[in-house]
Design a protein around this ligand. Structure first.
Ligand SMILES: [Zn+2]
Length: 321
């Protein structure tokens, strides 16, 4: 078969079938999620045989992210899967070089159970929701992906709420500055980038909820940022992005907190924070304290919004303690 003919036929077929967009190359499978098209390319014969399993995994991940943001965060994304020995998913990478693409490796012996609990693809899909704001602010992109992955999965019942808080409690200390380190824009270490960024998200989420009587949180800000910027397919700057988020919540939390941490190392008292939230030392075995001062905020963070949240809407309305 002539390659050029094959490509054009594949493109034509997917265009006719879907009406909106077309996959940029012949694909092994494609998923339509509302207005979004997810094109999946596999280079591995063993993986190609597992298409139903992989479709379920990709569909589940995409729905979790779409539920969190109120829409899937890109009109078209190419997912390129490479096979590897053994079980599991790794090597996730999201790029925008001539089109949005998520690359990852999938073990040829990966079970349905492993795929059902996978976090990597959800993390990568969250990257699609933030515009490119520059390498200096990688901590914002990775922090959001790290923070939102757990909460979005918990909201959809794909991850235990206690497990999300257990990971936050165990891992957020890795995001605190070490001796000699500067502010967030000056400290590209792994710990600061992923968990320092996630800590910024948690602090922002709590502060937004404190200032809005727990009516809205970071999720409302992130939905607005996606809607107004178009997500990772576009470039923006961090100040503009954070101001969009603040306008959506009617606060100055995201930009204000950024000003505090961008060039100055901050070491918040995490033990005090967990106590205020009512998160026990070992969330997997000990009860949460629902009478703690910020317990209502903790509960609202992992609760699924009942409607697209906006200031003044009916979305999770828990009284502030
Ligand atoms: Zn990432």
């Amino acid at each position: 078969m002539h390659p050029a003919w094959f490509v054009s036929t594949a493109v034509l077929t997917s265009f006719c079938a879907l009406g909106h967009a077309a996959c940029p190359e012949p694909v092994s499978l494609q998923l339509q999620l509302s207005e979004s098209l997810i094109c999946v390319v596999m280079d591995d014969a063993v993986l190609k045989k597992e298409q139903p399993l992989l479709r379920t995994w990709i569909d589940r991940s995409a729905r979790i992210v779409a539920d969190y943001y109120g829409q899937f965060p890109a009109p078209l994304v190419l997912i390129r899967l490479r096979g590897m020995d053994g079980s599991g998913v790794n090597g996730g990478r999201t790029t925008n070089d001539g089109g949005l693409m998520i690359q990852m490796r999938v073990g040829r012996e990966t079970s349905a159970e492993t795929l059902a609990a996978d976090w990597v693809l959800v993390h990568e899909m969250v990257h699609l929701a933030l515009p490119e704001v520059g390498r200096t602010h990688d901590w914002l992109a990775e922090g959001l992906a790290t923070y939102v992955e757990g909460i979005a999965r918990a909201q959809d019942g794909n991850r235990a709420i206690a497990d999300v808080w257990a990971e936050d409690r165990n891992s957020m200390p890795k995001g605190l500055p070490r001796a000699g380190e500067g502010g967030m824009d000056q400290s590209p270490s792994w710990g600061r980038t992923y968990w320092g960024g996630a800590l910024y998200c948690l602090q922002a989420d709590i502060a937004i909820r404190e200032q809005t009587a727990n009516r809205v949180g970071l999720q409302t800000a992130l939905r607005a940022i996606l809607k107004e910027t178009g997500g990772y397919g576009f470039e923006s700057n961090i100040g503009e992005v954070l101001r969009i988020g603040d306008a959506a919540t009617g606060t100055h939390v995201m930009y204000g907190l950024y000003q505090q941490i961008r060039a100055t190392p901050q070491t918040p008292d995490l033990e005090l924070l967990w106590t205020l939230l009512g998160v026990p030392t070992d969330p997997l075995t000990q009860p949460f304290d629902d009478r703690a001062p910020l317990a209502a905020i903790r509960i609202a963070i992992t609760a699924k919004p009942t409607s697209p949240a906006a200031p003044g809407s009916q979305a999770p309305s828990v009284p502030k303690n």
